[in-house]
Ligand binder design. Structure first.
Ligand code: F6P
Length: 376
């Protein structure tokens, strides 16, 4: 593993994330027409929204589902009810907002879900919400439903949409980090990551049994199209012989020579963890590239795929989701908006959407070093 990718580190200190007003720089995607319409609407709506006390909040899940999203929905719902607020669940993410798919949530509606994977509200990646017309429809439904604020549970794409919407319509939104990728700036953990990691570890342990029995070399592909968090930690936890992540340039020559050395040392099995977004390709592609030079190895490829997204959330994800859900409602009641509620250095963090969109979270250097020392 080479370290070239680490020169990409930006110097932004996470402690400055408590500035919740910096919402303007992330919206490059707007075209001028959208911005103009948005400005008019903003002027019309800002006085209404600023004066409004929050009485009724909406909650939705967006983007790829993650274990623990249900625990987060439960927490937001019960924290809101605890504060005498009404709660409305919005179905299928932003699509449900655009199409008016709402469902009132009471305490009993979120019973028995803390232990379940997926999301009872369903989720989607909404194309229509990328357009101003789609967002305007969504805003009209929110007004009709008397919803005063939103909690969006999702990843960076969902926060990008939330930031644009909140800016255009001056609408209070806070986000909860829900993605198995753990790649959001300003939080040490995202809801779902711990469970996915444990799913991968269990699967790779099983692969190790069969790999050792046959003296085989396995390439195991894990999720993470832009980020290697799942790959790095699962690789360390399973004693993988090599870990290939998008953040670090993959040197296939180096990999071949490592594997040669392993062969000479008569290692009984080799497991290479490949993040799906690795610069050298996915697991199948890499296996194809190296197989001719490693003809003494019997090579197999396993792509773990969506199994990583399902399943009952770990205790850690349940507690994290519960804690952040309560913090999201607290933040809205304190008048905060356009922020993600994260967890950083053992404390709840408030991170402006603009920063979660603009900056990338980096792999932990000390863990990369551990991987370098312990692999092969
Ligand atoms: O962002 C979560 C994630 O699971 C990624 O790790 C993966 O690349 C992607 O979603 C897969 O998306 P889809 O379920 O749309 O194929």
């Amino acid at each position: 593993m080479t370290r070239d990718a680490h020169d990409a580190h930006d110097a932004h200190d996470v402690h400055d994330t408590h500035d919740t007003h910096d919402i303007h720089d992330a919206h490059d995607a707007h075209d001028a027409h959208d911005a103009h319409d948005a400005h008019d609407l903003l002027m019309k709506n800002s006085s209404i929204n600023k004066m409004k006390t929050i009485k009724r909040i909406g909650v939705l899940t967006s983007g790829g589902d993650a274990p623990g999203m249900n625990a987060a929905i439960r927490s937001v719902t019960r924290a809101a009810l605890f504060n005498q607020l009404e709660v409305v669940g919005i179905l299928r993410g932003y699509d449900g907002l655009i199409n008016g798919k709402f469902r009132n949530l009471k305490s009993r509606d979120v019973s028995g879900i803390i232990q379940t994977g997926g999301t009872i509200l369903k989720t989607a990646r909404s194309e229509e919400f990328r357009t101003f017309d789609g967002r305007k429809k969504a805003y009209d439904h929110l007004l009709k439903e008397n919803i005063d604020a939103l909690v969006v549970i999702g990843g960076d794409g969902s926060f990008k949409g939330a930031g644009i919407f909140s800016d255009e319509f001056d609408f209070p939104i806070v986000g909860l980090p829900g993605t198995i990728d753990n790649d959001l700036y300003g939080t040490d953990y995202t809801i779902g990551y711990d469970t996915a990691l444990n799913t991968v570890v269990q699967a790779v342990d099983k692969i190790r049994d069969t790999a050792s029995s046959h003296n085989r070399l396995f390439f195991v592909e894990v999720m993470g199209r832009d980020a290697g968090f799942i790959a790095l930690r699962s690789g360390i936890a399973t004693g993988a012989e090599a870990i290939l992540v998008p953040e670090v340039n993959t040197n296939l020559e180096q990999l071949r020579s490592y594997l040669e050395k392993g062969n000479k040392r008569k290692k009984s099995s080799n497991i290479i963890i490949v993040a799906e977004g690795d610069d050298a390709g996915g697991a199948y592609e890499i296996a194809k590239k190296v197989k001719d030079d490693l003809s003494h190895y019997e090579i197999r490829v396993t792509v773990l795929g969506h199994i990583q997204r399902g399943g009952s959330p770990s205790a850690f994800d349940r507690v994290m989701a519960s804690k952040l859900g309560v913090a999201a409602v607290d933040a809205l009641l304190e008048g905060k908006r356009s922020i993600m509620i994260g967890f950083m250095n053992r404390e709840v963090s408030h991170v402006p959407f603009s920063k979660t969109i603009k900056y990338h979270r980096h792999l932990d250097d000390s863990l990369l070093r551990v991987a370098d020392i312990l692999t092969i």
